[in-house]
Design a protein around this ligand. Structure first.
Ligand SMILES: N[C@@H](CCC(=O)N[C@@H](CS)C(=O)NCC(=O)O)C(=O)O
Length: 254
């Protein structure tokens, strides 16, 4: 569970569920889908990542990495999307998004999604679509570097800020990681409706936004028929419509 003590003490007085999130952020999509699955009331604090609204003293005072999403629940600050959805499912257990007999396997899918975010998802998305939309001015870069303490994120953004593009090596490495993950997902989904079998769980919620964002970036999912079938079956799910499409209808157009 990733709970942080905020420097921005104002959030400690918030009651109920408050989500700091971005429309186009796959990590935010996970949390919005989970909130919708549970039918929970939540207050939206939307941050426009293209306008770099996350790069401010106020927001770094809430989330020390300056990333979305952040959930504030009755004044307690939770970061890391996969931890947040797990927290929500445990705190609001109905309807459940886990099955007791496959807990370890489900958590492994959540960990896998979290572990490839900076090494594969972010570089793929930046290289294909996002970098030119979030290019930083020299002033914005200086502000970011003064606020960001997380070395991995600092290294990523300093390498790919301004006009310096994602190099071929980084892009190739990202593609290799994604290929391995999607081979595994394709095999797992063979003969299954959902990642864990018949039950829709946090594993699906963790991976659906990855699919949604990457297909918007032109990722060749036509090579993965089971993944394509799984993703298509989501279009009828209200939490997908409300948590993803209502905020970002098509990632290729962001
Ligand atoms: N591990 C974090 C990653 C969060 C993350 O990278 N969020 C992205 C959007 S999906 C973001 O805030 N990007 C803005 C930036 O890098 O400045 C999580 O799962 O919550």
């Amino acid at each position: 569970m990733a709970i942080v003590e905020p420097k921005n003490a104002e959030v400690k007085s918030l009651s109920g569920l408050h989500l700091y999130h971005g429309d186009i952020s796959n990590c935010s999509m996970r949390v919005r889908m989970t909130l919708e699955e549970k039918g929970l009331d939540w207050t939206s604090h939307h941050l426009d990542l293209k306008k770099k609204e996350n790069i401010s003293d106020d927001y770094f005072g809430i989330n020390p990495n300056g990333l979305v999403p952040t959930l504030v629940h009755d004044g307690v600050v939770h970061i890391e999307s996969n931890d947040i959805i797990d927290y929500l499912d445990k705190t609001f257990p109905e309807p459940t998004l886990r099955s007791a007999d496959s807990e370890a396997e489900m958590m492994e899918w959540l960990r896998l999604a979290a572990s490839i975010h900076v090494s594969a998802i972010k570089p793929y998305v930046y290289a294909t679509i996002i970098q030119k939309k979030v290019k930083k001015t020299a002033e914005e870069e200086a502000k970011y570097n003064s606020l960001q303490q997380n070395e991995e994120l600092k290294a990523f953004h300093s390498k790919h800020a301004g006009d310096s593009e994602i190099g071929d090596d980084t892009f190739m490495a990202a593609k290799k990681i994604l290929q391995e993950c999607f081979d595994k997902l394709e095999n797992t989904l063979s003969g299954r409706n959902w990642i864990m079998g018949d039950q829709y769980t946090l594993a699906d919620i963790s991976w659906v936004p990855v699919y949604f964002v990457l297909i918007g970036c032109g990722y060749p999912f036509e090579k993965f028929p089971n993944i394509s079938r799984w993703a298509n079956s989501l279009s009828t799910r209200q939490s997908y419509r409300k948590g993803v499409l209502d905020w970002c209808a098509d990632f290729s157009k962001v």
